[in-house]
Design a protein around this ligand. Structure first.
Ligand SMILES: [Zn+2]
Ligand SMILES: [Zn+2]
Length: 88
């Protein structure tokens, strides 16, 4: 009589650990960020646009995604309609 079953992808938790690499949001995948000055340079050079390695991704331009995301199969509900997997 139950039309919903525990989601097989997330075991009913509704969330998944996301370990996929994603483009870094801070540097937009460039691996570097531009600042308007660098404190350790001489003042005459202080206004030069300055590229430095992105601290969020350490210059790689990629980061691991959020540790936990909503399950793609059940959209975070933890259950899916039985009919959704009845095709097989
Ligand atoms: Zn970055
Ligand atoms: Zn799920």
């Amino acid at each position: 009589m139950d039309d919903f079953i525990s989601c097989p992808l997330c075991d009913g938790r509704g969330t998944l650990a996301n370990t996929s690499l994603q483009r870094c949001a801070r540097c937009h995948g460039r691996g570097a960020i531009t600042t308007t000055f660098a404190p350790h340079t001489q003042p005459v050079l202080g206004r030069m646009p300055w590229e430095s390695a992105c601290p969020d991704c350490r210059g790689t331009g990629q980061r691991y995604g959020p540790a936990v995301v909503a399950c793609a199969m059940c959209s975070g509900h933890g259950t899916i309609p039985r009919a959704a997997i009845a095709v097989n």
